[in-house]
Structures are given as structure tokens and as C-alpha cells.
Design a protein around this ligand. Structure first.
Ligand code: DP6
Length: 306
């Protein structure tokens, strides 16, 4: 018997950075779901043997520590369910594009495992908010993949967020393919050593409130301004940690400068953000996608709507 589930990735505009315990974020965060960037997890029940992981056909193998983390979380989800399982997973976006895959893969694993175990036990699948809370303990950002197009995560509350913004498309400018040297889990630990961390939580809380209002009233410009400030805030934490670390590549700065100049010239531009990586996410109104893609024709672009 085999069960399959898929889940989308998401991009945070207010960042989850700094955590306690089982991925309890120290501050609220907010994201747009990226429905085109998905992970799929297949779970097959077998007669015996240890639980195992394999890539889905055509997908890349995971690194050893990622496989261990994935299987460890599966053991936790499995609890007392008897039997042996073979997990297969893969992403529909390139693994070397520097896009975080833990959000979509842990969300898909949580959903696939609960689909399988609900079926085996003859019980209903838990509602999305509960699945999101469970998934959070595997990888924090994955909890925001259960609500679309916008999701807020504040403490134990994870849910949809009202927005009157136009439909947006995320244009991911891929400037570097290298595997990141500092994992986001390590970044969560290290930012606590930054002198800027002392006031990080109130700063993020204020921005969260301001961005909630900006989304609710459809204020595109305010959303872009808050997102820009938040991107520099998170990366400044990285740059001032002990030891300091950074994700920017030369192309990252080129795209940030381009975005700044675009806003200055046109009084309009993309909502810009960067995760724990070098690639730049430009969220633009869906109906202006072609215009922005033409402006960025010299770069490799991946595209997803909400
Ligand atoms: C920079 O969810 O990858 O993308 O909970 O340790 O798995 P773990 O961390 P993870 O952290 C993501 C951090 C971020 C910002 C964000 O998505 O909010």
C-alpha cells in the first residue's frame, strides 16, 4: 500500500529567525505560499526491515544529515504505528537553485504520514492547523505551507492572513547555485550572539503588525518597504554574529541595487526579500510579470505564484 502527498514551499516577508525548543520561533513571521515549488512524499508500507528513504525517480539524493533528519521526524510522526515504511521524496524545483526545500518537504512528509496513519488506524486526517503545528516541530518554516496564499505564524497560532494586495508572483533570481555553508538551523542558533539580537523580537513584532495592516488594506508600497527593512535586519544579524557569516554573492548585491534603482526611477518596483541564501525573491503583481522578466532577462529566473 502506498500513500502520496505534496506540499508547496513558502517565502517569508517577516522572517522566522531565532528559536527555542522544538522550533518555537522567538518572533512572529508571515509568508506567501509558493504553489509552483513543491515537494512530493510517497510512503510505502513494507513487511519488515528498518524505515528507509530514497529519492523519487528523477530526484537528487539527500545529504546524509538531511536523510537522518527526515527519517527521525518520520519516527516521531509514526509513534506506535506498527510496520516498516519506505519513504520516497523529491522536489519539482532544481535542488541546486538555493531554494529552501525543508519547508515544502517537511510539510509534505507531515501530510503524507498523517494520510497513511489515518488510513491505517481508520481515523480522520487532522485539520490543517494541527498538521501545521506538528510540521513545525520538524522544520519551523514548513508550518506556513499549510495556508495559502498568505500565512501568519505567531506562537502556537498558525493560520491564513487576509490580504487585499493584487495577486503576486515570486520571481526568484538565481545568482548562485552553491550549497549553503551555514544551514538555517545553525543560523537560528548563531544569531543569538549578535548584539542586534537583543531588540530583534520587538522589531519583528512591530513589522508584523505593520505588514498585517499593509496586506489588509492592500498597501503594496508599505509591504515592499517593510519587506526591504526586514531583509536587511535578518542579514545584519548574520553579519554581526559570533562568528559572523553571510550568504550574499556578488550577484545578490547587483540585484538589490537594481531593485533599489528601479523603485527610485519608477516610484514602483518589486517586493524584495532574501532567505538564508544568496538568491533574491522579487514579488511582483502577477499582471506585470512579463515586464519584470524582460527587465531581468540576463538572469536565471524561477517563477511561482501563490
Ligand atoms: C531564513 O525553517 O529552515 O528561511 O526550523 O531549523 O528547519 P528549521 O529552520 P527553517 O528556517 C527558515 C529560516 C528562513 C526564514 C523563514 O522562512 O521565515
Amino acid at each position: 500500500m502506498t500513500w502520496t502527498a505534496s506540499a508547496p514551499s513558502n517565502i517569508a516577508l517577516i522572517k522566522y529567525m531565532g528559536k527555542e525548543g522544538a522550533n518555537q520561533s522567538v518572533n512572529p513571521s508571515l509568508s506567501m505560499t509558493l504553489s509552483a515549488f513543491r515537494s512530493t512524499v510517497e510512503i510505502e508500507r513494507r513487511k519488515e526491515g528498518p524505515d528507509q528513504w530514497q529519492p523519487l525517480p528523477g530526484s537528487s539524493p539527500l545529504r546524509a544529515e538531511s536523510t537522518a533528519r527526515f527519517l527521525e521526524f518520520f519516527q516521531k510522526l509514526k509513534g506506535e504505528v506498527p510496520g516498516s515504511f519506505l519513504l520516497r521524496s523529491g522536489n519539482n524545483f532544481p535542488s541546486d537553485a538555493g531554494l529552501a526545500s525543508s519547508a515544502s518537504s517537511f510539510a509534505a512528509l507531515t501530510l503524507a504520514a498523517h494520510t497513511a496513519f489515518a488510513d491505517i488506524r481508520g481515523l480522520p486526517i487532522p485539520p490543517a492547523e494541527e498538521l501545521a503545528r506538528i510540521s513545525r516541530s520538524g522544520s519551523g518554516s514548513s508550518c506556513r505551507s499549510f495556508f495559502s496564499p498568505w500565512c501568519a505564524w505567531e506562537g502556537d497560532k498558525i493560520g491564513p492572513l487576509p490580504s487585499r494586495l493584487p495577486d503576486l508572483v515570486d520571481l526568484v533570481v538565481v545568482v548562485d547555485h552553491a550549497h549553503k555553508k551555514v544551514s538555517s538551523s545553525e543560523a537560528h542558533r548563531r544569531v543569538r550572539t549578535s548584539p542586534l539580537f537583543a531588540d530583534r523580537v520587538p522589531r519583528a513584532q512591530q513589522r508584523m503588525q505593520a505588514m498585517r495592516q499593509a496586506l489588509a488594506s492592500g498597501d503594496y508600497r508599505a509591504t515592499a518597504e517593510i519587506s526591504w527593512a526586514e531583509l536587511w535586519d535578518m542579514h545584519s544579524l548574520f553579519h554581526t554574529s559570533t562568528p559572523p557569516f553571510f550568504y550574499f554573492a556578488p550577484g545578490t548585491l547587483a540585484v538589490l541595487r537594481w531593485a533599489e534603482d528601479f523603485w527610485e526611477k519608477h516610484g514602483h518596483g518589486p517586493i524584495t526579500t532574501i532567505d538564508a541564501g544568496p538568491n533574491v525573491h522579487l514579488l511582483v503583481p502577477a499582471e506585470e510579470t512579463a515586464r519584470f522578466r524582460a527587465e531581468l532577462k540576463d538572469f536565471q529566473i524561477l517563477e511561482s505564484g501563490a
